[in-house]
Design a protein around this ligand. Sequence first.
Ligand SMILES: [Zn+2]
Length: 287
Amino acid sequence: MMLIETHAHLDYPDFAPDFNDVLRRATEAGVTRILTIGTSIESSRHAIELAEQHPNIFAVIGVHPSSVIEAEDDVITPLRELARSNRVVAIGETGLDYHRLPSAESARKKHADVFGALQTETEEELESGIADGAYKEKQAFLFQQQLDLAVELGLNVVIHQRDAWDDTLELLRPYAGKIRGVFHCFGGTLDQANEVAASGHLVSFTGIVTFKNGSAVRDVAARVPLSGFMVETDCPYLAPVPFRGKRCEPAHTRIVAESIASARGIPLESIAQATTATAEEFFDFNR
Ligand SMILES: [Zn+2]
């Protein structure tokens, strides 16, 4: 049995203390290939280094929407340079994330910030409204650069979308037929999953499918076409049950696959075969 872990953050310091054990446990669980996903230029560079050191690790390079404030205005140039490594199998993760906008952040901080109280409510709202707009604009600008690079290189894209469904689809629309995306850590409805599939894109599922409160996602995972999804952990986050709350790792991809297999009432082997074939087609392992 072979599983491909399609979304790990192996460059995070969480894995430094026992990196080789993490890889060994993945192999023992049948997770034969791991895609490590960049979230910034630095993180992408590190992802490539790991992929060059370990034959079963591959790199996806990109700038995460939550990292756009620190990012330069031009990410296409450094990413293009990094993509010269043949260990790079896709672009991402990139996309839009409106979950924590600057206005929400400033509202949160206000409680702790005595000086914030000196500002009038309207001034503050106006300022955070402008900040939200600039933040969203930069996310869109960097997302488009990464989509353009993907077209240029003939690679597919790992998409991060949170609370920004309509804008994400709208930005993707002009690229239809040129590139495909995977909506990673999919948490939407079956209708949204079908909408994604109709445009040639994929979804992938994390350990959320094992959560007690993950029944809606589990149900979507049970009903999307077998060839329309992949499996991932998004480690170090989202450890599946019974490891929930602990550090997650690529070996747990097997638990994600098992949970989907049991929700669909089919053997793990069928999930492994289907998701591996889908990942082999989606990611460019033979550059
Ligand atoms: Zn991620």
